[in-house]
Design a protein around this ligand. Structure first.
Ligand code: ADP
Ligand code: MG
Length: 398
């Protein structure tokens, strides 16, 4: 379990502090459509400003692939930060160039600036040490508060920590506090619910979770590889044939460890994947061992919804990653709603990770009754997998 120094554990007054944020906000026609990530970064920024630090903010946005591309400029972020903080946040027109260095050198205590999109330089994602060193040369302290990229070893997420005292901000502190406790020392029963479509990525999480949880619930697209491992036909449903043996191993491991592994007993099938995704669909509820060869499973079935909701309700700690079905379609959202509702109504510590799972909770109106919705999809998954996150491992221990 991580026990990392935070911004409150280092002296920042009068110092130049480089802060890696996750300002990868959605844009439409150059306008920010959700400023959630900016708003979430404010506590860390405000604390540093109130301490009299000189704050140099940085982030990536989109995938400009190492080239300057005005489409991915952080200008809209600088403007929004200026509004939210009620003080000017100037945007440098480069990252470690003349403008950035001049603006950083001119910062006064309690002022903040923003570097241009760090992925405009190919050296960022290569974690180039020279680039990291140049970034570090502008500051005296490094703060990582971008949990969403903490599973990546890039120059601004990890490399720069080789050259500066490195601590975490409030966002990362909260993520590792809540998820770390759930994994290391959970209140039991501890139930994990896995679903979604990224079968390959997510199956690996199961191996680690089986050493921690009392009950593991499988839904969404990944359930069908398990059903195939049980010898059932899965029709046109998502299937990762290479992982069938792995699923068999996991079922065996669950039995040996005394972990309850819950698989769908029935499933909602359609003639095919809806196109567009929210198009009206005709569904049928079939037993898990009787999926017709020409149909595709797109949600857990009605009996399964009840079973899963009940299992979730009996837990003291629940971790959920991945929707139970194609929730983007109202007809195929029932399984996801059933699980989200069970979590919302539960007294347990409930943790949701994964971009689409978080979106589902918000869209369906359950988000405010979940204990913690992680800000990082891939990062939270790697956390659950028991992997070391480079963006956190690089920070100083308490
Ligand atoms: P998260 O972002 O929460 O980690 P994923 O990206 O793995 O989740 O998966 C989310 C996607 O999984 C959603 O777009 C949903 O439509 C899809 N999905 C869920 N169940 C199925 C299924 N049975 N077949 C195909 N896609 C599914
Ligand atoms: Mg996703």
């Amino acid at each position: 379990m991580y026990n990392k120094k935070t911004i409150e554990d280092v002296a920042v007054a009068g110092k130049k502090v480089l802060v890696r944020c996750d300002f990868n906000v959605p844009l439409k026609d150059g306008k920010i459509t959700s400023d959630k990530r900016i708003v979430e970064a404010l506590p860390t920024i405000k604390y540093l400003l109130a301490q009299g630090a000189k704050v140099i903010l940085c982030s990536h946005m989109g995938k400009p692939k190492g080239e300057v591309n005005p489409k991915y400029s952080l200008a809209p972020v600088a403007a929004r930060l200026t509004e939210l903080l009620g003080q000017t946040v100037e945007l440098a027109n480069d990252i470690v160039g003349e403008d950035a260095k001049a603006k950083a050198a001119a910062l006064k205590e309690g002022q903040a600036m923003l570097l241009e999109n760090v992925r405009f330089d190919a050296r960022e994602e290569k974690n180039d040490p020279e680039f990291a060193k140049e970034l570090a040369s502008m500051a005296e302290v490094y703060v990582n508060d971008a949990f969403g990229t903490a599973h990546r070893a890039h120059a601004t997420t990890a490399g720069v920590a080789d050259y500066l005292p490195a601590v975490c901000g409030y966002l990362i502190q909260k993520e590792i506090g809540i998820m770390g406790k759930a994994l290391a020392n959970p209140e039991r029963p501890f139930v994990a619910i896995l679903g979604g479509a990224k079968v390959k990525d997510k199956l690996n999480v199961i191996n680690n979770l089986l050493t921690k949880v009392d009950t593991l619930i499988i839904g969404g697209g990944m359930a069908y590889t398990f059903l195939a491992a049980k010898g059932y036909g899965v029709g046109k449903s998502l299937l990762d044939e290479e992982k069938i043996d792995y699923c068999k191993d996991m079922m065996k491991k669950a039995e040996e460890k005394g972990v309850k592994l819950l698989l769908p007993v029935d499933t909602t099938v359609c003639a095919g994947f809806p196109d567009p995704i929210d198009a009206p669909v005709e569904t049928k509820n079939v037993s898990a061992d009787a999926i017709p060869a020409d149909m595709e499973g797109l949600d857990i079935g009605e009996k399964t919804m009840e079973l899963y909701a009940e299992a979730a309700k009996s837990a003291k700690t629940v971790v959920w990653n991945g929707p139970m079905g194609v929730f983007e379609n109202p007809t195929l959202a029932k399984g996801t709603i059933a699980v989200a509702k069970a979590l919302a109504e539960s007294e347990a510590t409930t943790i949701v990770g994964g971009g689409d799972s978080a979106a589902a909770c918000e869209q369906l109106g359950f988000a405010d009754r979940i204990t913690h919705i992680s800000t990082g999809g891939g990062a939270s998954l790697e956390f659950l997998e028991g992997l070391e996150l480079p963006g956190i491992a690089c920070l100083q221990d308490k």
